[in-house]
Unconditional design. Structure first.
Ligand code: PEP
Ligand code: MG
Length: 835
């Protein structure tokens, strides 16, 4: 067969490959060839062939000639970073081209200013098969002139895996490179396999390629964050994943990607300076430095070493993880506990375990079996297309990783040493990654992922950290250590802010701290309206730690102890004695102030591992709150006994969630009467009910004859009045309890309770909203129970108006048509008061 003649694709100066200012090309890791320093800006086809890859960045093309020789034409060095700026691509992948046909035009001047080098490697990527038999020596040449000839040496060199038998592994390779798997990293990946005896394929989006072919790798078009399915068979298969991961790490550190020093002209402008926007998941302002947090994917061997051993590995790993989770989030820590509770729940999920054990019995390794079981469960949830369940998919993904890391024996899998004032930047963050970090060093969080309601957003909110989600993917190009100004209030992230911006932000942060300190001091006093009407401001708590924080924030009592949060991690129901111990600690923390203990509000969005519910198609309308407690009277009994045993005996009040019926209150009173004598408790303990359903609000006058007090749960009341799921990822953010329909019901509840001489509290989220405080007081609410952090601001809002002003405002609000109109009214009043 005759040699293939390649024509020069550019006019310019020919150079040996060794002179290319790039380690990967110069060391011939991509293959043999030569380079051209171009003198004009048109790249033409060097031979007839088919274009196998034309990346979006348009800085390179690959061509397969009729004899199967594969060529890479790579315009300049590190030009992938320009993301196509200065390039015009004239062809598309898959197209046939003739020798001499223009492929790419590029702006020579522009590239000369912005690229590290214009030297263009022309590479034959299968040097084992195609030998260069003559090549142009250094010197000037014109586009279309003869450049070199290739001789086909046959397929002999292609088989590196003379023994494809042996181990088979399957894994996931995540592309960490901001510019994806472009030529240089592809070369390093191929190079990493040189001495390994294994057949290796990588697959993405239903395309599988031979991982030993750089061109084939490029044709995957893999972008940062893409997860490539890796399969390897052969005697060295076990080493393949680690080798490839090292190659990708090396590519990252070699540069050409955003990890290059920021001074380099190659770093995209936006990564060095500029501003990105996103959606505030939690408000606030922070100055700090970038710390990138990447997702990790431990490798997993497919075959096990015997079922008994693998089962043992899985159980040991689960046990190690269980201990770690409990340590990470002690049960007295509200937000953490609820998230970790979900993970603990999945860890013992019988279906997951059964599926994993089945695979192990079929010869798979513990890691492979666990991963397959979790992914199958995640796929099943995803296929239901229920947004609420999608959040559980995140939990599953998180748990998959944690168990795999525990299997790999990593003690503290995701711990990163953070500098002071770290602003975390990530595509997305798993709760376990966040929880493993030293929270005292985190100043803020930014993610590309849009899951504003995700668990990490909840954790960040609980810590008062500003967080932006849905930030442009350029976020991931910011180098570690870059100075950042995160202004979540305005949905902005400023990269490398100037001295004046830093100064201004510093002043704003200091001013916030001062006004917070002022409010905090004022919050230690009882709350009254401007004309002296006493309004109690209590706290909602879900843990002992929160109880202490509440008192420090000026809480005059606990208006809602969410007891279900205290026991999220329990596989077994806590007995009465243990419950008493916990309640007693909360009561002690409140040091003489009243504590309203709500009976377990299990079901719907609050799953308790020890309270297995029958399957429910619509849990928000199913067994939950008091219905669940009456369905399991043994648990309710223990809980009432526990509350009655707290001392002093007059300190607690009982609050029942989701009450609709008078019989529900009577059933609890009956239990109190039965149990009080046995534990020498207070038989006349106050028993109040939550108003959370339209029925209870409408029937408030009747219920008031049986309940000692009302506490309005505006979270549930609003979801049921407006028929909008409060956990819905798309709709929940628009759910506003200041909707006039909700306010009218609150007004009715207050007037019914007033007629019966019963006090009314609000303990739903609306009580934590300073904009709502005056309206609620004006409607007749006498107690606001807020999250501890909002108590100072809520007290401040109440103190600014007289009772009459509050009533006028409430009366005006009741006449409006929408929550937005109510908010506008409050803002307008506020502006009038401050002008
Ligand atoms: C409410 O529904 O407003 C409430 C306080 O209860 P939870 O948020 O715990 O359901
Ligand atoms: Mg509720």
């Amino acid at each position: 067969m005759s040699d293939l003649v390649l024509r020069s694709p550019l006019s310019g100066w020919a150079l040996p490959l060794e002179d290319v200012p790039d380690e990967v090309f110069a060391a011939k890791m991509m293959g043999d060839g030569l380079a051209i320093d171009p003198l004009d800006g048109t790249l033409i086809a060097p031979c007839d062939g088919t274009l196998t890859a034309v990346p979006e960045s348009a800085h390179a093309v690959t061509i397969r000639a009729a004899n199967e020789a594969e060529l890479l034409l790579h315009v300049g060095i590190d030009t992938v970073n320009l993301k196509g700026a200065g390039f015009t691509v004239l062809v598309r992948a898959g197209q046939s081209v003739r020798a001499g046909e223009p492929l790419i035009r590029f702006d020579l001047d522009r590239l000369a200013r912005s690229a590290r080098s214009l030297i263009t490697p022309i590479i034959v990527t299968q040097p084992e098969r195609f030998r260069i038999v003559d090549r142009h020596e250094t010197g000037r040449l014109r586009a279309g002139e003869r450049l070199m000839s290739l001789r086909d040496m046959g397929d002999a060199a292609a088989s590196v895996t003379d023994d494809p038998a042996g181990t088979a592994i399957a894994g996931i390779l995540v592309v960490p490179l901001p510019h994806g798997l472009h030529a240089r990293p592809a070369a390093l990946v191929v190079q990493s396999l040189r001495n390994l005896r294994a057949e290796v394929t990588l697959s993405l989006r239903n395309r599988s390629v031979n991982a030993r072919s750089p061109v084939a790798l490029l044709s995957l078009g893999a972008r940062q964050g893409d997860r490539l399915d890796l399969r390897a068979t052969g005697p060295d298969a076990n080493q393949v994943q680690a080798a490839m991961e090292r190659a990708l790490e090396r590519a990252l550190s070699l540069g050409g990607d955003a990890r290059l020093p920021l001074a380099s002209s190659m770093v995209p402008r936006v990564a060095a300076s500029g501003e990105l926007s996103g959606t505030a998941a939690t408000a606030g302002l922070a100055l700090g430095q970038a710390v990138r947090v990447a997702r990790r994917e431990p490798s997993v061997a497919e075959s096990g070493q015997g079922a008994r051993l693998e089962l043992q590995h899985l159980d040991d790993a689960r046990e190690r993880l269980r201990r770690r989770l409990v340590r990470l989030a002690p049960p007295d820590d509200g937000a953490r506990a609820s998230i970790v509770g979900a993970h603990l729940e999945f860890l013992d999920d019988p279906e997951l375990l059964e599926s994993a054990r089945k695979s192990i019995a079929e010869g798979k390794s513990a890691g492979f079996a666990w991963r397959a079981a979790v992914r199958e469960a995640a796929r099943a949830l995803e296929s239901l297309e229920d947004d609420h369940l999608a959040a559980r998919v995140d939990d599953l993904r998180d748990l998959e990783l944690q168990v795999l890391e525990a299997l790999a024996g990593t003690a503290e899998p995701t711990a990163i040493q953070l500098p002071e004032r770290a602003i975390l930047i990530a595509r997305d963050l798993l709760p376990s990654q966040f929880l493993a970090l030293d929270a005292s060093r985190i100043a803020g969080v930014c993610t590309v992922s849009r899951a504003a309601t995700s668990h990490v957003a909840i954790l960040a909110g609980a810590l008062g950290l500003p967080m932006l989600t849905g930030v442009d993917a350029e976020l991931l190009e910011i180098a570690d250590g870059t100075s950042l100004l995160l202004d979540a209030d305005r949905g902005r992230l400023k990269i490398a802010p100037g001295p004046r911006e830093i100064d201004d932000a510093g002043k704003r942060i200091a001013e916030r701290a001062r006004s917070l300190a002022r409010l905090l001091t004022a919050a230690t006093f009882d709350c009254r309206t401007a004309d002296g009407e006493r309004i109690e401001v209590f706290a909602n708590v879900g843990s002992i730690a929160e109880a202490a924080a509440a008192v420090a924030s000026g809480a005059e009592g606990c208006g809602l102890l969410r007891t279900e949060f205290l026991f999220l991690d329990r596989a077994e129901a806590p007995d009465a004695r243990e419950q008493t111990r916990q309640y007693q600690q909360v009561v002690d923390a409140f040091a003489g102030r009243p504590v309203v203990v709500r009976t377990l509000d299990a079901g719907s969005d609050k799953a308790l591992p020890f309270l297995a519910m029958p399957p429910q198609d619509n849990p928000a309308l199913g067994l939950r709150g008091i219905r669940a407690s009456l369905w399991r009277p043994d648990l309710l009994r223990a809980q009432i006994a526990a509350i009655l045993a707290v001392r002093p005996a007059d300190r607690c009040r009982i609050l029942l969630p989701m009450v609709n019926e008078i019989e529900e209150i009577q059933a609890v009173r009956q239990l109190v009467a039965e149990i009080a004598t046995g534990v020498r408790g207070n038989a006349r303990i106050a028993v109040g009910i939550m108003i959370e359903t339209p029925a209870s609000a409408i029937n408030a006058a009747r219920l008031a004859l049986h309940a000692d007090f009302f506490s309005i749960g505006t979270n549930d009341l609003t979801q049921y009045v407006l028929a909008v799921d409060r956990t819905h990822p798309l709709l929940a953010a628009g759910l506003d309890a200041l909707h006039p329909a909700v306010l009218r019901l609150i007004a009715e509840v207050c007037s019914a309770a007033g007629a019966a001489g019963r006090p009314v509290a609000v303990c739903g989220g609306l009580a934590s909203d300073p904009a709502a405080a005056a309206i609620l007081v004006g409607l007749g609410v006498g107690e606001l129970s807020a999250v501890p952090a909002m108590i100072p601001a809520v007290k401040d809002a109440v103190r600014r108006r007289t009772l009459l002003q509050c009533r006028d405002l409430a009366a005006e609000a009741l006449e409006l048509d929408s929550a937005a109109a109510v908010r506008a009214l409050v803002a307008e009043h506020q502006a009038r008061m401050t002008s």
